[in-house]
Design a protein. Sequence first.
Length: 409
Amino acid sequence: MREAWIIDGVRTPRGKGKPTGSLHALHPQELLAQVLNALVDRVGFDPAEVDDVIAGNAANEGDHGACIGRLSMLTAGWPYEAPGMTVHRHCGSGQQAITFSAMGILAGHQDLVVGGGVESMSHFIPTEVPNAIDGNNAHLRERYPTVPQGISADVIATLEGFTRDDVDRFAAESQRRAAAAIDGGRFDRSVIPVHHLDGSLALDHDEHPRPGTTPESLGSLPSAFEQMGQMVFEHFGRPFDEMALQVYPQLDRVEHVHHAGNSSGVVDGAAAVVLASSDYARAHGLEPRARIVMSAAAGAEPVIMLTAPGPAAQRCLDRAGMKIGDIDLWEINEAFAAVPLKTVRDLDLDPEQVNVNGGAIALGHPIGATGAMLIQTALDELERRDQSTALVTMCTGGGMGTATIIERV
């Protein structure tokens, strides 16, 4: 039976997503190019035989534009005969790139594919007016008055009854688990050092974690979205909170509980995974680490936006003929603390099986790269624990979720 095997994966460290961050000086194509070449060095495949390089990216403009998947492959010095492409599913872009890689292999259209993603968030240009996630389509906004994701997260917390203390305690635990994972070397297999073009070291460790963070220290941080929720931006015509309450009239107000310390960190980074058909891997002596069992995507109401990881995960399980109890480890992207808290509640998961090495609150969320990073984190931890199966799920902009089940070979 033809299978899509994960041969190996690598990632950059996550650099702080600001001009003072250690990866800021590098073009995002360079970040992904170094990951691609590290994969070749580690696995030993021939880049000329790669059927496609599929890169997730959410910016898709400026130095992230013009098909960064193709341009990163060329930057890496790979043969130009190998193609590349770019995928955009907001925060789930990198995970979707791996899904498309597996689909091509399982369909028999491809044999050797690299899937991953990149985002240099320190290159984003801040604006005074929040970006519209509806593409500035006034007609669509009448149907779905979409708001910034942070306000969507606060709506989730309000509906679910998650207090400021709940989200701060979750965030502090993410930091504690990430610090333990770093101290224990649990990310060492996947993380590669990144170098400047002159050969000097740029970064060799995750730069965003804040070990020692406590619920008490987080409690002093101001809410990040309360002021935004009350302001009237000419571009949108009315306050964001009012827009959200139009869709959720059962709420009297939006409780703004999220802030920089319990939301995903803004970082730079890249990651990639090389996948091969079982036939190709056997013929070329490539040793698999895992297989893609199933993938799925699901939609949710787009104003609340961030509630689809649970439905995507359940759809993925159903299509695989599996149950929640068949999964050893869960990775739920920590876009905001309320997202994994709700997913755990919706699916009745054991929190001790979820994000065991921390998540994006502590480590950061380089949007287009995160999905590939989470799959690597899950696989490394399965091997460390000698367990079998993991499910990775993410929320994305526009009210969607992505999910992937991997199983060690």
